[in-house]
Design a protein around this ligand. Structure first.
Ligand SMILES: [Zn+2]
Length: 72
């Protein structure tokens, strides 16, 4: 037994709005082509927003750009 919780989440979807988050890592995980760097590189995510996201899925999925802009 491990302590790793396996959750069926589509990491390509925004944790907050369930829209596509365009995350490069998540796309690769799903076998899609994706180009570096991810749009999130160089963005700053406000604490309140990441906390909210962590509460939902433990930080498994990324936040999309529109949620970042809405919450920033
Ligand atoms: Zn979103």
């Amino acid at each position: 037994m491990t302590d790793i919780i396996s959750v069926e989440v589509d990491r390509r979807l925004c944790v907050l709005c369930a829209g596509p988050n365009d995350c490069v890592m998540a796309k690769r995980e799903a076998g899609e082509e994706a180009e570096d760097p991810c749009w999130c590189v160089g963005q700053s995510f406000p604490d309140a927003l990441t906390k909210k996201a962590n509460k939902v899925d433990g930080g498994a999925s990324c936040i999309c750009l529109s949620c970042l802009e809405a919450g920033a």
